[in-house]
Design a protein around this ligand. Sequence first.
Ligand code: PLP
Length: 268
Amino acid sequence: MDQIAYVNGSFVPMAEAKVSILDRGFLFADGIYEVAAVLDGKLIDNASHLARLQRSVEKELVARNNLVNGMVYLEVTRGADTGRDFAFPKGVKPTLIMFTSVKDIVNAPAAKTGIGVITVPDIRWARRDIKSVALLAQVLAKQAAAEAGAGEAWMIEDGMVTEGGSSSAFILTQDDVLVTRQNSSAILPGCTRKAVVALAEERQLRVEERPFTVEEALVAKEAFITSASLFVQAVVTIDGKTVANGKPGPMTDRLREIYIDFARATAL
Ligand code: PLP
C-alpha cells in the first residue's frame, strides 16, 4: 500500500504529496521539523514532544498508514509566497506536511553490537537549539560517517563534543558519572536526552551536564547516543579507537531498557 502523507489539511498518497517550488522551506530552509517514534501503533513520547507536535493529526496519519513501529516526521515552513523575498511574507499560510516511516527501533540490530562514530568539525550556525531544516552541515557529517563505515558523526567545537549529527552524545566516566553537554544554543535540546537524564537521576545515577572531549570519551567506561529514532544506542568506537572493551556497556543497555519501558508506558 502506498504511504499516506499529510499536506496542508489533506491526507494524500506519498507520490502526490507536493509543495510549491516557491515554498520557503525549499528556497531558504526557512522551516522547522520534528520526529517522534511510534511503538506498537502508539506515539512515543514525553511532555516535550507533546508540546511540540500536532498530536491529533499525527495519530490519524499513524492509523491511515497502519503504522505499528516507526516514526512520524512533521515539518512546518513559512509557506509559499508569490516570489523569492528573504523577509517574512505577509498573509502567507505556513506549509505543514507529515509522513511516516517504518522502523523497528526496539529490535534494531545496532543496539546489540553498538556503532562506531567519527569526529568532524562542527561547522553549523549559532542557533543549533532550533530544529531547523537547514541540515547541510549534518548531511556532510553523516555522509563522511557513512563513507567511513560509522553510524554517526560527533561534531567538535573548541575541542569539545557538541552532539551527534542527529543525536545527543553521552559518556559514562570511570567513576560512574553520566556526562552530556548542557543545553544551550550550541546543541539541540533532545527530547530523548531530557528523558534519559531524568530517568537516570530518578535512579540516583550521578549526572553532570557539561561538555566533554573525545579524549575523555575514549577513556570512559561507556559511550552512547540518544534520539527519537534510536532511543539509547551504544557507541563502541570513536574514530576507529575502541571505547572500553568495544561492546555496548551494561549501563547503556540498562538505560535503553529503562527508556523503552518509559516510552511504552507513556505512549498515546
Ligand atoms: N541533536 C540533533 C542535532 C538532532 O538532529 C537530534 C534529532 O534529530 C537530536 C539531537 C536528538 O533529539 P531527539 O531526542 O529530540 O530526537
